[in-house]
Design a protein around this ligand. Structure first.
Ligand code: GDP
Ligand code: GDP
Length: 435
C-alpha cells in the first residue's frame, strides 16, 4: 500500500516537469478531460525505498482570473482531502503572487504535511531571491530546479520522511473490495443494493488514514471489507468537478483494495476513463472484475449481444484479457450476487499460493516440451521455479541466462500458469533469475 502525494501550484511553475522527473520512464496516466481544459497525471514513484503515487493536479484552466482562482482553490482542497502529503510548487521567476498566498493559506490550515518547493532556482542569484517565499508562512522551503534536478533529492528526502507510516491493516483475512468507475455508472446504487440495510454492517475498522474507512459487510454468505472511499460519503460536496473527483477517488480506492470492482455503464461502453481505471488497477497489481451495469437498458438483446459486447471489451483490455466480465443490472438486481461471488473468486486467485513441488511438477515438463528459443546461438536452460512470497502472484524462473529470455516466452509462461492454476482477474508477474 503506498501513500499518495499531490503536487499543487499555479500553471507554469513547473509541476509537470517535476512530475515527469519523478516518474521518469515509468508510464503515467494522462487524463485529458473533454474540452481540453486540463490534464492530470498520475504515476508511481519511489525514493529511499518508499513507494508512493504522485498526482499532478495540473489544473490548467482557460478563463477569467475568477474562474481560475476558484479552480485552484478546489484542487488544493481536494489535494488536502485525498493526499497524504502535498508538494506546493511556486516559481522564483515570478516571485510570490496573490494566488500563491491564497493557496498557502489553505495549506497552512490543513493538517497534512506540506512541502514548499521553490522551482526554477537555476543559479545562486535565484537562490537569494527564493528567500522571499518565507513570507508564505510555511516554514522551510526547498529550492529546486526541475529541469536539471538540482535540489530535488533534498525535497524527496523530506517528502518520504513526512509520509505517514501506514500501518498494515491488511492483517484482516477478509477481501477488500473497491467499487470504482466513472460518475453515473451506478456505483452508489450498487453499493446500496449490497449494503442496503444497516444490519449487514458488522463493524467499522478505522482505516489507514482519517479519511478512509473500511467497513466490514456480511452479505450473501460472504464477508468482505468495502473500501469506502471518501466520495461515497462526501458526494454532495463536489457536484461540479465530478470527473476529477472520480479520478482521485479511484486512485485512493484502488491503492487500498485487493480487488477492484469496475462498474461501467453498458450504454457508454469501455471508454477512456474506464480504461484509465482498468490501467490503474493493473499497475497496482490488483484483482479486477468488470461489471457491465445497466444491462437492462440494452434493447433488442439477441443471443449474441452479450458475446459481442464482451468481445469488444476484451479487445480494449489487451493484453490482460483474463478478467471476468459480468453483465448486471442494479435496477433489476440481475447478477448482483454473481458480481460479489466473482469478486471473492478473484480475491482467492490473487492470494493463491502454489507449492513449489507442484509448480515444478507441472511447469518443468511444459518448459521441456517448449523451451525458450535460442538467442545468439545460446540455449537458455530453466532449472526450476517458485512462487514468490508476495501478496499477489509473482513467479521466478531460475535459469542460466535470464537476460536471453524475451517477452513472448514470458507471456507464454504466464498463459500456462493461468491455464494450469487459474489466476483469472489477477495480474501475474513472471521473472527470470540467474541460477
Ligand atoms: P506546470 O504548468 O506547472 O505543469 O509547468 P510546466 O512543467 O509545464 O513548466 C512550465 C515552464 O517552466 C516550462 O517552459 C518549463 O520548461 C519551465 N521550467 C520548469 N522547471 C524549470 C526550472 O527548473 N528552471 C527553469 N528555468 N525553467 C523551468
Ligand atoms: P454513481 O455516480 O456511479 O454512484 O452512479 P449512481 O448509483 O448514482 O447511478 C447513476 C444513475 O444510474 C441513477 O439514476 C441510477 O438510478 C441509475 N442506475 C444505476 N444502476 C442502474 C441499472 O442497473 N439500470 C438502470 N436503468 N439505471 C441504473
Amino acid at each position: 500500500m503506498s501513500s499518495i502525494v499531490a503536487i499543487v501550484g499555479r500553471p507554469n511553475v513547473g509541476k509537470s516537469t517535476f512530475f515527469n522527473r519523478l516518474i521518469q520512464r515509468r508510464e503515467a496516466i494522462v487524463d485529458s478531460v473533454s474540452g481540453v481544459t486540463r490534464d492530470r497525471h498520475y504515476g508511481k514513484s519511489d525514493w529511499n525505498g518508499r513507494n508512493f503515487s504522485v498526482i499532478d493536479t495540473g489544473g490548467y484552466v482557460v478563463g477569467s482570473d475568477d474562474v481560475f482562482e476558484a479552480e485552484i482553490d478546489k484542487q488544493v482542497k481536494l489535494a488536502i482531502d485525498e493526499a497524504d502529503a502535498v508538494i506546493f510548487m511556486v516559481d522564483v521567476e515570478s516571485g510570490v503572487t496573490s494566488m500563491d498566498e491564497a493557496v498557502a493559506d489553505l495549506l497552512r490550515r490543513s493538517n497534512k504535511p506540506v512541502l514548499l518547493a521553490v522551482n526554477k532556482v537555476d543559479n545562486s542569484k535565484r537562490l537569494e531571491n527564493a528567500v522571499e517565499f518565507y513570507s508564505l508562512g510555511l516554514g522551510e522551503f526547498y529550492p529546486i530546479a526541475s529541469t536539471s534536478g538540482s535540489g530535488t533529492g533534498e525535497l524527496l528526502d523530506a517528502l518520504v520522511e513526512a509520509l505517514p507510516e501506514k500501518p498494515d491493516v491488511e492483517e484482516s483475512e477478509l477481501p477488500r473490495f473497491a467499487v470504482v468507475g466513472r460518475p453515473n455508472a451506478g456505483k452508489s446504487s450498487f453499493i446500496n443494493a449490497l449494503i442496503g440495510e444497516e444490519r449487514y454492517i458488522v463493524t467499522d475498522i478505522a482505516g489507514t488514514t482519517r479519511d478512509s474507512i473500511d467497513t466490514k459487510y456480511n452479505r450473501f454468505g460472504f464477508e468482505f471489507n468495502l473500501v469506502d472511499t471518501a466520495g461515497i460519503r462526501r458526494k454532495s460536496k463536489v457536484k461540479e468537478d465530478l470527473e476529477f473527483y472520480s479520478v482521485m477517488r479511484s486512485v485512493r480506492a484502488i491503492e487500498h483494495c485487493d480487488v477492484c470492482l469496475i462498474v461501467m455503464d453498458a450504454t457508454r461502453g469501455f471508454d477512456g476513463q474506464v480504461q484509465n481505471i482498468f490501467w490503474l488497477a493493473q499497475r497496482n497489481r490488483k484483482g479486477v472484475v468488470i461489471l457491465v451495469n445497466k444491462w437492462d437498458l440494452i434493447e433488442d438483446k439477441e443471443t449474441n449481444t452479450m458475446k459481442e459486447y464482451e468481445k469488444n471489451i476484451r479487445r480494449e483490455m489487451e493484453p490482460f484479457v483474463d478478467v471476468p466480465i459480468i453483465f448486471m443490472s442494479v435496477l433489476t438486481k440481475q447478477r448482483i450476487f454473481k458480481a460479489i461471488e466473482t469478486a471473492v473468486d478473484v480475491y482467492k486467485n490473487r492470494s493463491k499460493k502454489i507449492k513449489t513441488s507442484e509448480l515444478n511438477d507441472i511447469m518443468l515438463p511444459i518448459i521441456e516440451a517448449y523451451p525458450p528459443p535460442a538467442y545468439k546461438g545460446k540455449y537458455v536452460k530453466i532449472k526450476f521455479c517458485m512462487q514468490l512470497p508476495t501478496p499477489q502472484p509473482q513467479f521466478a524462473f531460475f535459469c542460466n541466462l535470464p537476460q536471453y529470455v524475451k517477452e513472448p516466452y514470458q507471456r507464454f509462461l504466464e498463459n500456462k500458469l493461468r491455464k494450469e492454476f487459474d489466476f483469472t482477474g489477477v495480474p501475474v508477474s513472471v521473472y527470470f533469475r540467474k541460477k
